[in-house]
Design a protein around this ligand. Structure first.
Ligand SMILES: [Zn+2]
Length: 58
């Protein structure tokens, strides 16, 4: 099952989509993307919670 996170669902005006094999990996990739694309230097508990909320499976 692939985990999918749409960056837009996290509240960013952004079309990036993260696909990963596990929720841990997805979270890591979102953190990396948020850092590079949205200048978010640290992963807040709120972001982690949000990622789990909006995560889809395909
Ligand atoms: Zn983004």
């Amino acid at each position: 099952m692939t985990k999918v996170v749409n960056c837009r669902d996290l509240g960013f005006d952004c079309d990036a989509v993260v696909r990963a094999e596990s929720s841990e990996e997805a979270l890591q990739m979102v953190a990396q993307h948020a850092k590079e694309a949205h200048a978010m230097d640290e992963v807040t508990p709120e972001l982690v919670e949000k990622v789990h909320e909006v995560m889809l499976e395909e």
